[in-house]
Design a protein around this ligand. Structure first.
Ligand SMILES: *Cc1c(COP(=O)(O)O)cnc(C)c1O
Length: 382
């Protein structure tokens, strides 16, 4: 179970110091005041990384908990909600909206590009009566990156607050929550942050809090109700017992990022992602996207006569390498290079590209040259 080389777009590799931090002796997180201080400090550090003064919470539950909590807390029966759909996760927000009684209106676009600001503006000129909008920062199955810096302020201009799934982007892509007016930003522990799966990260604006406060009906549910967190620090009260070891591990992972420097972390993602994209193109494989590439994951089309699944199966059997295909209709069409978090390092991606090249050759695909050489060329000469 633990001897494989994992190179997926989450969960990502967890550094040893994070794994060891999780083994530390713990206290009772419900009653020990020191834990409240520790928790708040971790939240504040995350707030610094995502550039916000908004409240940040860490919830016990994998990233999906954040998506559902935002929709559960904001949605009342028959509320109109704009679901911005240019990817599988983007569209998938509709389930949560409907589950809590909302009426979904889609802004659906091609999955091969990021959302065009001008097209959204045109749409909003005609219809803007929405309580909130959902959108995805990096939609992982295809790796498309939406430009929050333009889209969120535009929505806000029309009085529409935003719920942004940044689970697969946070820390690997820049996120300026306050400047970009992101009302609810969602992250997960297991993607670019490189801690184990199990925690949701959430930042919430005063506007979003007010909407929850002004509801006519109570939030249905407790675990997904974001308002119960509001005064946890003043009252020294958590809604439920916090998974203290997970949070100690997350805190270490966050310190790893701060020790390296956020700018350095972002630039190593950018450098590796750029060289990966260029290398695959020169090698003779198509990238799925036409534009809007995220620096956290690259989706590459595998010729149908080989198939993405047989390539990943081969890589697992032959090299013990765990690589992802994709979801839904892409499951046999794309492989995804998960160069995020601890995996966005030269020494990690080099063997991966080497194995992919060898695997493709063995399965009958001959690229234009050597994938790793192509990568090195672009990595060194950017
Ligand atoms: C990983 C991820 C999540 C969390 O979902 P899981 O499928 O449970 O891992 C949510 N949103 C995005 C964009 C993700 O990449």
């Amino acid at each position: 179970m633990n001897d494989k080389f994992i190179y997926t777009p989450g969960p990502t590799e967890v550094r040893e110091n994070v794994r060891l931090a999780r083994a530390k002796a713990t206290t009772n997180p419900d009653i020990d005041v020191m834990f409240f201080e520790f928790y708040k400090k971790t939240c504040d550090k995350i707030g610094k990384i995502i550039n916000t003064k908004n409240d940040v919470y860490i919830l016990s539950g994998e990233g999906i908990l954040g998506l559902e909590s935002a929709c559960a807390s904001l949605t009342e029966k028959d509320d109109r909600v704009l679901v911005i759909d240019n990817g599988i996760f983007g569209r998938g927000f509709d389930d949560f909206v409907k589950m809590y009684g909302g009426e979904v209106v889609y802004f659906s676009k091609e999955y091969t590009k990021d959302i065009n600001y001008k097209e959204l503006e045109k749409f909003l000129e005609r219809d803007n009566n929405f309580k909130y909008a959902t959108l995805v920062h990096c939609d992982t199955p295809t790796g498309v990156l939406n430009d929050l810096s333009k889209l969120c302020p535009l929505l806000k201009k029309y009085g529409i607050i935003t719920v942004v799934d940044s689970v697969a982007a946070m820390v690997g892509e820049e996120l300026k929550v306050d400047e970009w007016e992101v009302d609810i930003a969602l992250g997960g522990s297991q993607k670019a942050i490189s801690a184990p799966a199990g925690l949701t990260i959430i930042s919430i604006s005063e506007d979003a809090k007010k909407i929850i406060k002004d509801r006519k009906t109570p939030v249905s549910g407790f675990y997904c109700n974001l308002s119960i967190w509001e005064n946890y620090y003043t009252n020294k009260w958590f809604p439920y017992t916090m998974p203290i070891s997970d949070i100690i591990g997350l805190d270490r992972a966050i310190d790893n990022i701060l020790d390296e420097g956020v700018e350095n972390v972002l630039s190593r993602h950018a450098k590796i992602a750029y060289a990966t994209r260029k290398a695959f193109k020169d090698y003779g494989l198509n990238l799925y996207l036409e534009e809007g590439y995220s620096n956290t994951v690259t989706a590459v089309e595998i010729p149908y006569n080989i198939g993405a699944k047989s390539l990943t199966n081969y890589l697992l059997e032959e090299y013990n390498l765990v690589l992802s295909t994709s979801l839904g209709e892409y499951s046999d069409k794309l492989i995804r290079i998960g160069h995020m978090g601890e995996n966005a390092r030269l020494e990690k991606i080099v063997p991966v590209l080497n194995f992919i090249d060898k695997g493709l050759n063995s399965l009958g695909f001959k690229g234009n040259g050597d994938l790793l050489e192509l990568f090195n060329h672009y990595y060194n000469y950017k």
